[in-house]
Design a protein around this ligand. Structure first.
Ligand code: ATP
Ligand code: MG
Length: 352
């Protein structure tokens, strides 16, 4: 097949990890006889420096026309003045909204070789394999914000349609896994959460009778995620709860540098990025872990291009590289570490 992929390197370690991931993508294309055309565009701080805007129109146009978007990371101390009118992160919120990417998928499956890097006891982590589906374009992050005198407010709004579509997406994904969905809300306090719970209950009853649905309050979910992570399959939740729970869930995997994500909408074009940020503390040194971005390429192959075999091939290659002890500094824990390019080369060697 032929596919056009827009690459948005962004800031900090973004260019380093996307370059490594694109090398893997090219190699997979060659092995399987696909033509992957990649084009780079600006986003975030790099875009502000070049054009004054965090999401230039040319970038958005290119993303709309592409089959998929691969993003590194945005932001850094250079653009972090709280008084600044434009900030790199606005570019990311704007692209998610403009492309209608309402479902953010964050799979968490700790690799045996990385268990030691997690602060959680290894016996609790064995067999953990969960997928958080976070609503990405609604809720309090997008509601009206006001400030008047000594009072501030952020409005949290959800419509039935917004809840239905993300719950459906979560259920469809659960069908390909263990058919168990945990819907997370705060229905004892919040009206949006009561609507969330009612809607999730109805969608599963009417459309997904084969799915087991469980409801959890977000506060107890935060606890269970660490105490019994093995018991979860798909977790679906609203925007802010998902933001917080996925950072917590990342600790199950040992390093931020291992976790990929996909942001999907109704259309085919999805946005794929590692869950970590731009890591300014290690940028430009060639030591960033590229595995999360390479695993994001696997999600891109699966969800936007429908290439399941190729996706599995990449995941298996990363897994083998880790089995083989190919650790970047964040995973090495005192053992010898390799750099970004060597890690990409290790994955390429393991592609079969
Ligand atoms: P953001 O606000 O964009 O999410 P953040 O403040 O959460 O960013 P990160 O940039 O994700 O922070 O970095 C957090 C820590 O994890 C830093 O010490 C960074 O060096 C480390 N880190 C993040 N990503 C990687 C990676 N791919 N490889 C190695 N270390 C990483
Ligand atoms: Mg962060």
């Amino acid at each position: 097949m032929q596919a056009e992929i827009v690459v948005l390197p962004g800031d900090g370690i973004g260019p380093e990890v996307t370059q490594a991931a694109v090398r893997v993508l090219r190699e997979v294309g060659e092995r399987y006889g696909h033509r992957f055309i990649t084009r780079q565009h600006l986003i975030g701080g790099a875009a502000i420096d070049a054009t004054g805007e965090p999401l230039p129109a040319a970038t958005l146009d290119a993303c709309r026309k592409a089959d998929a978007v691969l993003l590194g990371a945005v932001g850094g101390p250079k653009w972090s003045d709280p008084q600044a009118k434009v900030r790199p992160e606005q570019g990311l919120l704007a692209i998610r909204k403009a492309l209608g990417l309402y479902a953010n998928l964050r799979p968490v499956k700790p690799h045996p070789a990385a268990l030691g890097a997690s602060p959680i006891k290894p016996h609790l982590l064995n067999g953990v394999d969960l997928l958080v589906v976070r609503e990405l374009t609604g809720g309090i992050y997008f509601g009206d914000k006001t400030r008047s005198g000594d009072t501030a407010s952020d409005l949290c709004t959800y419509t039935v349609a917004e809840i239905e579509r993300v719950v459906r997406r979560a259920c469809e994904l659960a069908r390909q896994r263990r058919s168990h969905v945990t819907s997370v809300d705060k229905a004892n306090v919040l009206e949006t959460s009561r609507l969330w719970r009612e809607t999730a209950t109805r969608i599963v009853r009417d459309e997904f009778p084969d799915i087991t649905l469980e409801h959890q309050l977000v506060d107890s979910m935060a606890m269970h995620l660490l105490a019994k992570p093995r018991e979860y399959d798909v977790i679906v939740t609203e925007n802010m709860f998902g933001d917080i729970l996925t950072d917590e869930a990342s600790m199950l995997a040992g390093s931020l540098g291992l976790l990929p994500s996909a942001s999907l909408g109704e259309g085919r074009v999805g946005l794929y990025e590692p869950i970590h940020g731009s890591a300014p503390d290690i940028a430009g040194r060639g030591i960033a872990n590229p595995y999360a971005t390479i695993l994001s390429v696997a999600m891109l192959l699966r969800h936007s291009l429908g290439l399941e075999d190729e996706a599995k091939c990449v995941e298996l290659a990363v897994s083998r590289a880790l089995d083989d002890g190919q650790f970047t500094g964040d995973l090495a824990g005192g053992r010898p570490a390799i750099g970004t390019d060597a890690a990409a080369a290790a994955v390429i060697r393991q592609l079969q």
